[in-house]
Structure formats: C-alpha cells, structure tokens
Design a binder for this molecule. Structure first.
Ligand code: CP
Length: 301
C-alpha cells in the first residue's frame, strides 16, 4: 500500500524503516535507469536552500523514470508577488503526483499535507523535522553495524535548532538504541517537547570528553545560524565544539562519525582522512534511500 504523507519520523513504523532500508539496498545495486515511475511527475518545492536533499531527490526521481519539476527558492515563485502557500500547493497538485517540500517555517509541511491531494514529503521544515535525513542516518548505521538496536549514539552540537536531530531522535524510538548522549552547550539543549516523547535512555552533558569512549556513532551538527533570532547569541555558541584529532583519537576503534552536512567548521578537515569519518559515505546513500521512498510513495512497494 502506498504511503500517504511523510511529515515526521513518527509517521513510519519499524517495519517501514526496515523495508526502506531493504529497497535502498536493492536500488544501490541497479546502475541503469528504471521505469517504475514512468508517467509520474515529482515537484521539488524548495522554499529554502539545499544541495543534498534537492539534488538527491531529483536524481532519485530520474533514476526511477519520473519527470521532475520545481524550484529552489521562494523568490522564484509567485509567493514573491504575494501568493500564499496554500494556493501554491494547490497549483503543484495540478502539475504533479508528489511534492517534496522544504520551508523555513515549522509546521509548513503539515499545513501543506492538510491541503494536498498528492503525497507531501517533508524535506525540512524550520527547526522542526527532516525525516528523510533521519532515514539516511539510520540506513548508514544499519549498513555499517548491520543493526541499529544496541548502538550507543552521541549527538553533538546544536540540539535545539537542528531539525535533523529531532527527526533522528524520533526515528530511534522505532529501534532499541542502547543509549543516546546529548552533548551541547546549555543554550542549545534539545527541546523538551522532543525529549518528552522518547522511549530509550537519554543522558545530557556539555562535555564530549566525558562520554566519547562509550559512543559508537558520533552525530555532529552545525550550529544553525539561520535559526537564531539574535546574532549575539549565535556568536556566543558558534564555536562551542570542534571535532578534532584530539577527540577522535579517544574514540572506540570501530566507532563512526556522521554529519547530515553541510559542515561549516565543526569537524576539522584532518578528521576526514580517518576511518571514523563516514559523513561523505552517509551523503552518498541519499539517492538509494530517496529512490526507496519515492518508490514506496508513488509505486506502492
Ligand atoms: N542534509 C541536508 O539537508 O543538506 P541540504 O541542506 O544541502 O539539503
């Protein structure tokens, strides 16, 4: 049965996550263009900038035989002339079979799903969620460790504004992580409404050195400059943590470092050459994961 919308990581159950992983495995092995989505049109409605999400969804759609339309900034749409979001979504319903949407406001994807007759896939809404990134994150862990259960995670950096963190924490409720360390300065702690709905052990700390030797997956996030309402507050925390060789040398031998990207300066470039650095591998999995998602939404696998 085809899925309806994907707004939050809570919208998928464990079996659906595993099924997406399995389809991603299959699509990874196919080098030629497929025709499952021939005749379908996918809209990329990106009201906020993106490199990875927009381009990998575009590639995924093309590889499945779909046609892809869309825009990558609000300024290039009639919203710049005063049209509202609801009418914009109604128009995209006329042209396409699925809308991949990124927006600066929390709740924009949910709002769109209440209007849309075609599936809405949330490609990031403000500081709320980015569920397809969380699927890529967990698929990377699944590929490297062969499981998600029993893994100790450490989420480091901007846990208040990073939507990828919210989606990852929520997606992990569908698995059984051993524990999750939340490592952030006090100003950037994970929000209470996110923490209140988790079902596994969570430990908050400000010092990565206290916990680094326990962590299997260190998930680093950028300080989300664009979400701060006060530049002074951003300046105070912008270099809170830099993952450098000193920290990396304390990690467990088989532990890995993930990052949803884009990176600014929170991971020292020298770390890229270590076997722990898996963030570029993680980014490379975006196409098969998003092929799996589009297949499930539009073909019904
Ligand atoms: N990870 C991620 O969402 O990257 P983009 O902002 O480039 O899409």
């Amino acid at each position: 049965m085809a899925l309806k919308h994907l707004i939050s990581s809570f919208d998928l159950n464990r079996d659906e996550y595993i099924s997406i992983f399995e389809y991603a495995d299959k699509f990874s092995m196919v080098k030629s263009k497929l025709n499952y989505l021939q005749g379908k049109v996918i809209s990329l409605a990106f009201f906020e900038p993106s490199t990875r999400t927009a381009q990998s969804f575009h590639t995924a759609g093309l590889k499945l035989g779909a046609d892809v339309i869309g825009f990558t900034s609000e300024e290039s749409t009639s919203i710049a002339k005063g049209e509202n979001l609801a009418d914009t979504i109604r128009m995209l319903n006329n042209y396409s079979d699925c809308i991949i949407m990124r927006h600066k406001y929390d709740g924009a994807a949910l709002f769109a799903s209440e209007i849309s007759n075609v599936p809405i896939i949330n490609a990031g809404d403000g500081k709320h969620e980015h569920p397809t990134q969380a699927i890529i994150d967990l698929y990377t862990v699944y590929k490297i460790f062969n499981e998600v259960d029993g893994i100790t995670f450490g989420l480091l950096g901007d846990l208040k504004y990073a939507r990828t963190v919210n989606s990852l924490l929520r997606a992990l409720t569908r698995f059984r992580p051993k524990k999750v360390f939340l490592i952030s300065p006090s100003q950037l702690k994970a929000r209470r409404e996110i923490l209140d709905n988790l079902n596994y052990p969570v430990i908050e700390t400000e010092n990565p050195y206290d916990v680094i030797q326990e962590i299997d997956v260190l998930y680093v996030t950028r300080i989300q400059k664009e979400r701060f309402v006060d530049e002074v507050e951003y300046e105070k925390v912008k270099e809170s943590y830099i993952v450098d060789m000193k920290l990396v040398n304390m990690m467990k031998k088989d532990s890995i470092i993930l990052h949803p990207l884009p990176r600014v300066n929170e991971i020292d470039r020298r770390v890229d050459k270590t076997p722990h650095a898996k963030y570029f591998f993680q980014a490379s999995l975006a196409v098969p994961v998003r092929m799996a998602l589009l297949y499930k939404f539009l073909y019904g696998g």
